[in-house]
Design a protein around this ligand. Structure first.
Ligand code: ADP
Ligand code: GLC
Length: 478
């Protein structure tokens, strides 16, 4: 039995801002049959403490970055948790990163230093075999373990998104309680700032990211977000392990959020979901129109500005769009304006809405993700599972999970979607033209849907890879 302490700032279904939560929420159950026992350390946000079925108090800190804190063991939503209850840091309404006014919490430096410090103390104290830290928010766990004098667990740091690095003014460094020598170019210093992610990247025993293509991309300057040098240096321990999705949460034959359950054998039943989706969103019933769904954070990463530039022309040309998401105010406003200009053809719901995300997957003909970069992406995996044809930029995990409908793939009968590159206006136009042409060829479209539905997008294979990685680390440190 390998005992793993997973360290994260989000976990589904308790607290989620993106795919990170889906991954940390699903991986423990996928690892359990492989003899890996995962316990997750998570900050004690109000929603976590409320859901917690409390067990023992395992640790007490008199002063953890400005106040007392305890670590409570317990469970919630089927997850085995260690909750860092530090009211001075986490007892507030808002997201894990932002206050209700939309501004970053001014003490995020201390909030996530505390998470890392507590993780290291627990990992050593409770004798875990491996610490698996997720993203910059947990990266200091690796650094504190690196400087720990005695025996320590092996460490894995997973990069879910290199765009977020946890940079803070250099004046913070003395408060972290790390050796002064670590504030250097060979340590956490990054152009005068402290970089939590850089620290984790330098000192973790193994680095992973969430797709093989992204693992390669980030060692190059154009996708390295300023850390490609460090990543090249550590490329010997860096690998890509694809994300999966929880195929019980995302199961079209037993999904309580959709109007009509369906499967590859009962594909016709899918149509009732399209009808229900259009009705719910006020889209015209036009059965011949290609309905494109979007479920996304509205940010530069996701490339939705490219869609905004042509959504009007596409709506006039006959396509329909069901959009769900939130993010940059100017993008939100852009989509709302498109709804006003093209009622019945463009619908947009702002905000986070889990049931509607399921219905869009079940009812749309295609799901569009024009991402400029995408470490893995989960939305296209859900799309494959629901027979919605993914139309995606050929980057990161999108390149690894969608088989483009080129001539070779079509004649071999293995296509599952449409890829385009580079991610530009022109290439998106072409991709949407290809989608429209394929949509006219019903036999091919249905074949692609069946191929999509056949893909294994579960955690099975990747959980095996994480288990192997943990075991290799354990063996090395034995
Ligand atoms: P990222 O983590 O970069 O946002 P992913 O594709 O990895 O992208 O994961 C996004 C996850 O969040 C998916 O499970 C997707 O269904 C979900 N999601 C994104 N936006 C919304 C929304 N507005 N409402 C409901 N679910 C959403
Ligand atoms: C990040 C990435 C996304 C990935 C998710 C989970 O949010 O943007 O591509 O799927 O993390 O790993």
């Amino acid at each position: 039995m390998t005992r793993v302490l997973s360290v994260t700032s989000e976990i589904f279904p308790l607290v989620k801002t993106g795919g990170l939560a889906d991954v940390t929420g699903a991986l423990p159950a996928a690892l359990a049959p492989l003899d890996v026992d995962t316990v997750t350390l998570i900050p004690g946000y109000p929603e976590v403490l409320q859901a917690l079925d409390r067990g023992e108090i395992l640790q007490h800190f008199d002063d953890l970055f400005g106040g007392p804190a305890t670590v409570v063991a317990g469970s919630a939503a089927g997850l085995e948790l260690l909750v860092l209850d530090a009211p001075h840091l986490y007892n507030r309404d808002g997201s894990p990163y932002f206050g209700p006014d939309g501004r970053l919490w001014p003490d995020n430096d201390l909030r996530f230093a505390a998470l890392g410090a507590a993780a290291a103390a627990l990992a050593v104290g409770l004798g875990f075999d491996v610490v698996h830290a997720h993203d910059w928010q947990a990266a200091l766990a690796v650094v504190y373990l690196h400087v720990h004098a005695g025996r320590r667990p092996g460490t894995v740091l997973t990069i879910h998104n290199l765009a977020f690095q946890g940079h803070f003014p250099g004046s913070l460094f003395p408060r972290l309680g790390l050796p002064p020598g670590l504030f250097s170019r060979d340590g956490l210093e990054y152009w005068g700032d402290v970089s939590y992610l850089k620290g984790g990247l330098l000192f973790a025993d193994r680095l992973t990211t969430v797709s093989p293509t992204y693992a390669r991309e980030i060692t190059h300057q154009d996708a390295g977000a300023g850390l490609d040098g460090v990543l090249r240096w550590r490329s010997g321990v860096l690998s890509g392990i694809l994300n999966g999705i929880d195929d019980t949460v995302w199961n079209p034959s037993e999904d309580p959020h959709i109007a009509s359950p369906f499967s590859a054998q009962r594909l016709m039943r899918r149509i009732a979901n399209k009808v229900a989706l259009k009705e719910q969103l006020g889209l015209a019933p036009d059965p011949t129109a290609l309905l494109i769904g979007i479920i996304s954070r509205m940010t530069e990463q996701k490339g939705l500005d490219l869609l905004l530039a042509q959504i009007g022309a596409r709506a006039v040309g006959g396509m329909q769009f069901a959009i769900l998401g939130s993010g940059e105010p100017w993008m939100q406003e852009g989509f709302l304006a498109a709804v006003r200009q093209h009622p019945g053809r463009v619908a947009c719901v702002l905000g986070y809405n889990e049931p509607l995300a399921h219905l869009i997957q079940a009812g749309s003909d295609a799901i569009l993700m024009p991402s400029r970069f995408e470490p893995c992406g989960l939305t296209q995996l859900c799309a494959l599972r629901y027979g919605a044809i993914p139309i995606v930029g050929r980057v990161g995990g999108l390149a690894d999970t969608v088989v483009d409908a080129n001539e070779a793939a079509l004649s071999a009968g293995v296509a599952t979607g449409i890829q385009f590159a580079p991610v530009t206006d022109g290439a998106l136009t072409e991709a949407l033209n290809r989608a429209a042409a394929l949509w006219q060829d019903k036999a091919t479209w249905t074949r692609m849907q069946r191929n999509a539905l056949k893909q294994d997008v579960s955690w099975r294979r990747s959980a095996q890879k994480y288990a192997e990685l943990y075991r290799a680390l354990e063996a090395e440190r034995a």
